[in-house]
Structure formats: structure tokens, C-alpha cells
Design a protein around this ligand. Structure first.
Ligand SMILES: *[C@@H]1O[C@H](CO)[C@@H](O)[C@H](O)[C@H]1NC(C)=O
Ligand SMILES: *[C@@H]1O[C@H](CO)[C@@H](O)[C@H](O)[C@H]1NC(C)=O
Ligand SMILES: *[C@@H]1O[C@H](CO)[C@@H](O)[C@H](O)[C@H]1NC(C)=O
Ligand SMILES: *[C@@H]1O[C@H](CO)[C@@H](O)[C@H](O)[C@H]1NC(C)=O
Ligand SMILES: *[C@@H]1O[C@H](CO)[C@@H](O)[C@H](O)[C@H]1NC(C)=O
Ligand SMILES: *[C@@H]1O[C@H](CO)[C@@H](O)[C@H](O)[C@H]1NC(C)=O
Ligand SMILES: *[C@@H]1O[C@H](CO)[C@@H](O)[C@H](O)[C@H]1NC(C)=O
Length: 498
């Protein structure tokens, strides 16, 4: 069984931190014990994060069962986020993930006045539950953080409706729920009308190729009047897909423990930073999460297991590079953040690399052409600036086009499996057989193109920001920030992991 999960190695540190902070949490006069922890936040509530606090997590609200707490979470070395943390494992089952993370070294403030607002002393509002009218904030035993009104049963706002990278027991994942995004922001789990899909996020989310797809077995994609599916983890050890409305079950993804009838454990499903979707469970007194489901079984089938232009050799757990001009082991090339299309409609400079015995693990999800020759397959890609590669199967005549930056390919011992890949040529002053005038003109043109590319990347990022804000709807205000912040957030997530 597969062990692991984010934050787990940090258990000891965080538990200690939680204990320290817990003792600082307001208590009833003279009272002691778990029953005295803060169980709801009322209008007028304010909590201030102490700038540069040594604790990893500063809880402000507890669930009645004492298993979950909501508070300020330190992410990486310097970022601040709001999170619901599973205290025994210190794993954040939910995070607010504002577009611009807070800064741990500054005194951020959380207030509740009908809605929750996180503010930074200098930068203003980082995150809020927009348009919510509530009387109290409570944390349910399920880990659902809820803003509620006294006279209403349904919540004004709940964290279950805006997951980060994790779903927990009884949390509905519907077509209107935003996608799960891995904490490094490179992968997403999205729900279609009758399927769920794992996708890579390129160019700031404008290109999202699918690398794993599961269609609900008993759903009927051709029946337009059939309602969409939604998914939910069941305590009995499976992820069920149901039809909205009636709740008829149309598929079951069984976990390994399903046959053991292992109930009474806490379960979660997380889109991990390697792009795999895994289910884990936690038993009382456990030391670590135990994984009992993974969507992708083989390491070589993970889309980026050997990085950009990497080649994964099955069975040997070994990575190579598609071209051996640069490096013999990963990372073979830097990740690409823009395509090869120049504003003029032409293509930026690249080198074509050919390699035999390669295939793509998720080729069924790629656009393909049939009855091709290897040359035709290569040509279909070579002239198209949005294409980064083509993989040809000489036995079947199938040609698969990679219309996103080249990631990890899989080695297959078959000479008829051929690949063609574009590698961006970095601007270099050295040009053969060119007059000085042409060289100068070319250099000038490259400069212009690089400039345009950078501008394109920036506007692409802005576009992504806007899309993301739209997706978040009225629930969260996402304040745009510089690209650097996003990057540092991604990497700080990684360092939280270790
Ligand atoms: C939450 O858990 C506590 C302790 O396990 C229990 O006493 C309480 O009834 C639970 N609350 C709900 C709403 O189930
Ligand atoms: C999940 O969906 C079911 C069926 O529609 C509903 O009964 C339940 O209240 C929902 N749970 C939450 C937490 O919204
Ligand atoms: C289509 O789906 C609706 C709703 O589930 C159902 O009532 C109807 O019988 C289905 N039609 C067919 C042709 O399967
Ligand atoms: C599974 O466990 C539950 C509660 O422990 C029990 O009621 C049920 O009968 C069990 N089912 C099977 C198939 O063993
Ligand atoms: C990599 O190097 C080996 C040996 O030097 C050579 O045979 C092979 O063709 C090279 N592959 C590529 C893609 O350049
Ligand atoms: C592929 O080519 C063969 C022979 O030229 C032809 O019979 C067949 O219909 C073609 N298939 C497709 C899908 O175009
Ligand atoms: C280039 O490739 C993209 C993606 O595969 C495709 O949508 C587009 O039509 C292609 N353009 C041309 C001119 O073939």
C-alpha cells in the first residue's frame, strides 16, 4: 500500500504548534479541556495573526469532535493562507487559496461580520466570502466550514462548495463545483456531464489537455434529458457517481478497503502534486495516511513523471531525455509557458527532434489522424505553431498530435512507434551563411518576437486570472497579483510538503 501525503512529515512540529496555540485560544473562565475550545464565531469576531509567528498553524475555530480546526496556516516558508486542518495528521483538507497569498511575516487579520474577510495590513482584502449574510461560522464534524443564519438550515456559504485539492467524506463534487486544483497548480480534476477527467494546466489554464478520464458506467451520454452526475466519497470505501436530482448511482470507483467493510475511518481524495488522484484513509491513533486508491497505477503513465521532454522507461523506474543534446537526466528542459506562435502568424525558431520507440501514455485523449505515413504525421505538426509534437504508430497508421508543451513520454520497445518533437531554439546571435545585414535584421526581429511573446504571456496570465475569478463566481474575491507571487506560492506549497 502506498503511504504518504502532504504535510505528514511535519506532524510533530504542527501538533506541538497546535498545542501551543490551543492554549492561547480564548477559554471560558476557570474551565478546562476540549469542551472549552471555540466552537463558533459570531458577528464582530476578529483574529489577528501574529506577524512571523513560530507556529505552523494558528487555529481560531474548532469542530465539536476536536478533529478539525480552522485558522491561519503557514504555507512554505513565508506564505499565509486560511485552512481547515485535520489535526491528528496536520493535513489541510481545505484551503482558501487566494490568488495572492498572504505574507506570514505580516499581521494578517480575519474578521467575521456577516461574511468572512482576510485582510493584509498593506495590501487590503486578500480573500472573502462575497455576498454572504450570516450570523455565525461553525466547523462541522465533517470538516465543512459553514457560514449560517439562525433561521435557515441551508448554509449561506460552505467550504465544501469551493474545494482546494481535496474532497472528504460526504462532500458533493458537482458540475458547478470549481475543479480540484493540485497545490502546485499544475493539475486539475474536472467533472463533465457524465465523466470525470484529470487535466494538465498549461499557459495559465488556457490549455488543459486531459490525461485520464473516467466515464460513469451506467450514465447515458447520448440522453440529453439525463441530469449531470456528481461524485461523493462514501464511508464504505468508494467514490460514487450519482445522477443529480434522483441520486441514482451510475458508477462506483472502489477503494482497496471496500471489500474489507472498513467503516468508521476518515477518508479523503486528493489531487496530488504528481498529477495522480489518490484516496487515503486515517484510523484513530494512526501515524500516517494510508492510500487505498489511485487513478493512475503506473508511474510512467503520470503525465510529468520525468518532467518536460523526459522519457519514462517502464519497469525500470528510470528517466531519460528525449534528446541527448542538453542533459542526460531530468530535468531535460525547462517547462514551456507559451506556445511557438508569433504575433505575425509565423512560428518561432525551434529544432525538430526525432526519436524511435516512444509513445504517449494517454494517447486516446489526444487529437489523432488516421492513415498517415510517418512523414505526413510529422508535417501535420511541423507547420502548426500550436503543435509541440507528434507521435506516430507505424503499425496502425495513427498519428497523435501534442498541441501543448511536451511532457513525459513512455518508452516502448517497438521501432514503429516514432516521435517528432519541437524544442524551442533560444535566441542566439550565431547564424550561418547570413550577411551581417540579414543577421542584424533577424536579431531585431527576434527581439521584437521575444517582446511580443512576453506580452502574450502576461496578457495570457491576466486572461487566466479573469477566468479564474469568473469560475470562483460570487464566492471569493480574487485579487490579481504579479505572476511571481503565483510561482512562489506553488513552490512554497512544495516546501510545506517536505
Ligand atoms: C460531533 O462530534 C461530537 C464528538 O464526537 C459529538 O458529540 C457531536 O454530537 C457531533 N456533532 C454532530 C452534529 O454530529
Ligand atoms: C450532497 O448531496 C446530497 C444529495 O443531493 C444532499 O442530500 C446533501 O445534503 C449534500 N451534502 C452537502 C454537504 O451539501
Ligand atoms: C433519459 O433520461 C431521463 C432522465 O433520467 C429518463 O427519464 C429517460 O427515460 C431517458 N431516456 C432514454 C431514452 O433513456
Ligand atoms: C459492515 O459493517 C457494518 C457496521 O460495522 C455492518 O452493519 C454490516 O453488516 C457490515 N457489512 C458486511 C457486508 O459485512
Ligand atoms: C543520443 O545519443 C545516442 C548515443 O550517443 C545516439 O545513438 C542517439 O541517436 C541520440 N539520440 C538523439 C535523440 O539524439
Ligand atoms: C485508409 O486507407 C485505406 C486504403 O487506402 C482505405 O481503404 C481506408 O478506408 C482508409 N481509412 C480511413 C479511416 O481513411
Ligand atoms: C493547429 O493545431 C491546432 C491544435 O491541434 C488545430 O486546432 C489547428 O486547426 C491547427 N491549425 C492548422 C492551420 O492546421
Amino acid at each position: 500500500m502506498m503511504k504518504g501525503g502532504k504535510g505528514v512529515p511535519a506532524i510533530a512540529a504542527i501538533v506541538v504548534a497546535v498545542l501551543c496555540v490551543a492554549s492561547a485560544v480564548p477559554r471560558l473562565h476557570g474551565a478546562k479541556g476540549e469542551g472549552d475550545l471555540v466552537k463558533q464565531l459570531l458577528n464582530g469576531f476578529t483574529a489577528t495573526h501574529a506577524a512571523g509567528a513560530t507556529a505552523q498553524f494558528e487555529p481560531v475555530l474548532y469542530a465539536t469532535n476536536g478533529v478539525f480546526a480552522f485558522g491561519f496556516l503557514r504555507v512554505g516558508s513565508a506564505s499565509l493562507d486560511l485552512a481547515v486542518v485535520h489535526l491528528p495528521s496536520s493535513f489541510p483538507v481545505w484551503r482558501a487559496t487566494p490568488a495572492r497569498p498572504g505574507d506570514w511575516s505580516r499581521a494578517a487579520k480575519l474578521t467575521f461580520d456577516s461574511s468572512m474577510v482576510l485582510t493584509d495590513p498593506d495590501d487590503g482584502v486578500l480573500w472573502q466570502t462575497l455576498d454572504t449574510i450570516g450570523d455565525a461560522v461553525v466547523l462541522h464534524n465533517s470538516s465543512n466550514l459553514v457560514v449560517r443564519r439562525y433561521d435557515r438550515d441551508d448554509p449561506s456559504w460552505q467550504s465544501f462548495d469551493s474545494p482546494s485539492d481535496t474532497l472528504v467524506l460526504d462532500q458533493n463534487f458537482t458540475v458547478s463545483t470549481p475543479p480540484l486544483i493540485s497545490s502546485n497548480r499544475r493539475f486539475a480534476l474536472r467533472l463533465g456531464k457524465t465523466y470525470m477527467a484529470l487535466q494538465m494546466e498549461f499557459y495559465g489554464g488556457r490549455t488543459t489537455p486531459t490525461y485520464w478520464k473516467h466515464t460513469a458506467l451506467e450514465a447515458q451520454p447520448q440522453n440529453a434529458s439525463e441530469p449531470p452526475v456528481y461524485g461523493r466519497i462514501d464511508a464504505r470505501g468508494f467514490f460514487g457517481l450519482y445522477l443529480e436530482g434522483g441520486g441514482q448511482k451510475v458508477d462506483t470507483l472502489s477503494f482497496d478497503t471496500f471489500v474489507q467493510n472498513l467503516t468508521g475511518v476518515f477518508r479523503r481524495m486528493t489531487l496530488d502534486d504528481d498529477g495522480n488522484l489518490r484516496a487515503y484513509y486515517w484510523t484513530d491513533g494512526a501515524k500516517d495516511w494510508i492510500s487505498d486508491y489511485k487513478a493512475i497505477a503506473d508511474r510512467c503513465e503520470l503525465p510529468t513523471s520525468c518532467g518536460a521532454y523526459g522519457l519514462c522507461v517502464p519497469g525500470e523506474a528510470q528517466c531519460q531525455c528525449l534528446d541527448n543534446s542538453t542533459s542526460t537526466s531530468p530535468p531535460c528542459h525547462a517547462e514551456e509557458t507559451t506556445d511557438l506562435c508569433a504575433a505575425s502568424g509565423q512560428q518561432l525558431d525551434f529544432d525538430g527532434v526525432r526519436r524511435k520507440r516512444v509513445s504517449v501514455a494517454y494517447k486516446e485523449e489526444l487529437p489523432s489522424e488516421t492513415n498517415r505515413t510517418a512523414g505526413e504525421c510529422e508535417q501535420a505538426c511541423a507547420g502548426n505553431c500550436s503543435c509541440w509534437g507528434a507521435v506516430f504508430n507505424g503499425a496502425s497508421g495513427y498519428c497523435y498530435l501534442i498541441d501543448f508543451p511536451v511532457e513525459t513520454l513512455v518508452y516502448e520497445a517497438d521501432d514503429r512507434k516514432m516521435g517528432y518533437f519541437k524544442v524551442r531554439r533560444l535566441a542566439s546571435p550565431k547564424r550561418t551563411r547570413m550577411s551581417p545585414g540579414v543577421t542584424a535584421a533577424t536579431a531585431l526581429l527576434s527581439l521584437v518576437l521575444v517582446g511580443l511573446g512576453a506580452a502574450g504571456a502576461y496578457s495570457g496570465y491576466r486572461l487566466w486570472e479573469r477566468r479564474k475569478r469568473k469560475r470562483a463566481g460570487m464566492e471569493q474575491e480574487l485579487v490579481p497579483g504579479p505572476y511571481k507571487d503565483l510561482k512562489s506560492m506553488g513552490s512554497s506549497n512544495n516546501s510545506f510538503k517536505t
